[in-house]
Design a protein around this ligand. Structure first.
Ligand SMILES: *Cc1c(COP(=O)(O)O)cnc(C)c1O
Length: 375
């Protein structure tokens, strides 16, 4: 048995905290909108289930990072506004997005040209008021237009009367850092670019730049909307200042228990040798489910061996072992995690076959094949 449990109560709590914080930060002003980011299979909570949940809680714009995610939402009758956060110049993708009424991101001149060609080829039956957001690069150096391109961009946009520019946005690269300089610099750059666009006659009603960390740390940067993903799960890279609860627990059950004598080996590669007589328990979940994701020492290049040595050294001092929780016991994972099995040390603990096991793993790492249960 294995399942990723999504705690409805805690998820609602987090959504309410986000709303309250927005209201608190913007008394007597327009309260920014919440854009619910549901990329990466809804941060592991299941794209469709998570999106439905957010929509039921009043989140009326969702954002995804791939065309496939956008289409999957439409195929499952999610009819809210959906913003694709990435640009594309692929005409097949663009046609598909338009057909499904997805809000596009224009991130490069190539994106704009492809869209223009599609509209021109469909004369007579051509779309107007195509909703787009413009992506601005303020220092991430991934997607978007830079300051130097703004004049050219404005010229091009003016030729595209089929566009409805609804949003202008950018993304912080380091908002979770304690050092604020770079984030503040990025925000200033964003302001400068918006001002320039305005001077050139381009504006949009929704300007947005904050992800969850920036949302918590920089209320003054909220603008017209905030893009929240990890905040819903209470899993931010910054200190939990506003009382989020962690959402998403991977659960399995003990399937077998056995005694091991001192000096016996446990598991693949004989990776663990009992230092004493032990009682161990087997859990039918392993790395194919996402347990111990990325922590396997199974490469053989010299550099990896050095890294493993270093990590083992750190293990001794920092206790980086993997642990699971059974009832109120914290139990150490013993030996290598297998593809479908994990072994834990339960020596001296009152643990039985069938007892529930909780793993402390981010839902993002849990295999999409594991069932998600909202309860
Ligand atoms: C993932 C993503 C977000 C959400 O980030 P969180 O820190 O998880 O809230 C916002 N904007 C963009 C462009 C993203 O890619």
């Amino acid at each position: 048995m294995k399942v990723l449990n999504v705690e409805i109560k805690d998820l609602k709590h987090n959504i309410n905290i986000i709303k309250k914080y927005l209201n608190l930060c913007h008394e007597n002003e327009n309260v920014p909108k919440i854009i619910g980011v549901v990329k990466a299979n809804g941060y592991g909570l299941d794209l469709v289930k998570f999106s439905r949940f957010l929509v039921n809680e009043g989140i009326d714009i969702l954002a995804v990072s791939s065309v496939e995610e956008a289409i999957e939402l439409r195929e499952n009758d999610i009819n809210t506004e959906i913003l694709l956060l990435a640009g594309t110049s692929d005409k097949e993708e663009l046609e598909e997005l338009l057909k499904n009424n997805i809000i596009l991101t224009i991130s490069s001149f190539e994106d704009l040209n492809s869209l223009k060609e599609i509209v021109e080829n469909n004369k007579g039956n051509s779309k107007t008021n195509i909703k787009v957001h413009l992506k601005i690069d303020t220092g991430f150096n991934r997607y978007g237009f830079k300051y130097e391109e703004i004049e050219h961009l404005a010229d091009e946009l003016k030729k595209c009367d089929f566009l409805k520019i609804e949003g202008i946005f950018s993304h912080f690269s380091y908002a979770y850092s304690k050092k604020e300089d770079y984030t503040r610099k990025q925000f200033e750059e964003f302001r400068k670019i918006i001002k320039k666009l305005n001077e050139l006659g381009i504006d949009a009603k929704i300007k947005h730049i904050c992800n969850s960390s920036a949302f918590v740390k920089y209320p003054e940067f909220h603008l017209d909307a905030v893009r929240i993903g990890s905040g819903f799960l209470g899993r931010l890279q910054i200190e939990n200042e506003i009382g989020f609860k962690k959402v998403g627990t991977f659960i399995s059950k003990i399937s077998e228990i056995k005694k091991v004598k001192k000096n016996e080996f446990i598991g693949y590669s004989n990776s663990e040798r009992a230092k004493k007589d032990m009682t161990i328990a087997i859990i039918p979940a392993g790395y194919s489910d996402g347990v111990n994701f990325g922590k396997q020492n199974d490469t053989f290049k010299l550099i990896d061996k050095i890294r493993i040595l270093k990590n083992s050294f750190e293990d001794i001092f920092k206790d980086k072992h993997l642990y699971v929780f059974v009832k109120n016991y914290k139990c150490r994972v013993v030996g290598k995690v297998g593809m479908n099995h994990t072994v834990i040390d339960i020596t001296g603990k009152d643990i039985k076959i069938g007892d529930k096991v909780e793993f402390n793993i981010s839902p993002l790492n849990i295999s999409d094949k594991v069932r998600r249960e909202y309860s």
